[in-house]
Design a protein around this ligand. Sequence first.
Ligand SMILES: [Zn+2]
Length: 240
Amino acid sequence: MQQRVTNRPPFGIELRFDRSEIDQMCVDELEKAAALPAVPSPVNIESFIGKHFCKDYRYDDLPEGVLGVTAFKANGSIKFVGVSNKLDDDSPSADHRIRSTWAHEAGHCMLHPILFMRDPANRTQAFWEQGTENVTSDRRFLCRDQDFNVQGAICGYDGRWWEWQANRCIGGFLLPKYLVIRALETLLRPSRVTKTPELPEENRRQAESMVSQVFNVSMAVSRIRLAEFFPLGSSAQLTF
Ligand SMILES: [Zn+2]
């Protein structure tokens, strides 16, 4: 993780993580909480948050358009985590949206306490006092619909980078790399040259639905994750 001071609100500092670093952190935290499945299967993300980050996690009546919230105490510990009760609309995709939102909030819990720690010597304080956004004055992230769209390989460091980072944790927590690779064993083949696993293009569609079913995530989340591991176009060799 790199931390650098900026003159931009709301934090006055910016955190940077490599993609593989976030993935590793997610697996490490799941392991510490004994929440990493032994075989390819859905991660129980909700109970992981309760066991590992904050006992106060709940379905909440959040404002329209807000899917999740993570609130911090002044020492950087987590005050509470919430997911909108409006997400549970009995549609087949509701469970996927709920799980993605918990994973996104777990990302804030893991990566972002440092942004909320009170330190008078830290220039972040100036931005708090100005209250430029509720994120700083209320010391909480309110995560909206559009925040969940900043995914994929394009890094969001020119905008709401903290939301981009939390989105990276959806794949990190719900689709740990080695479990995904194990789930896909029958659809992969070793590269003739490097011997690293490849996903033949003709198997991609089947792989996406298999991952969606085995790990209980949406097709969109599955597709994005597989495109990270096996980029489209190239020979689809396993990367990073
Ligand atoms: Zn968020």
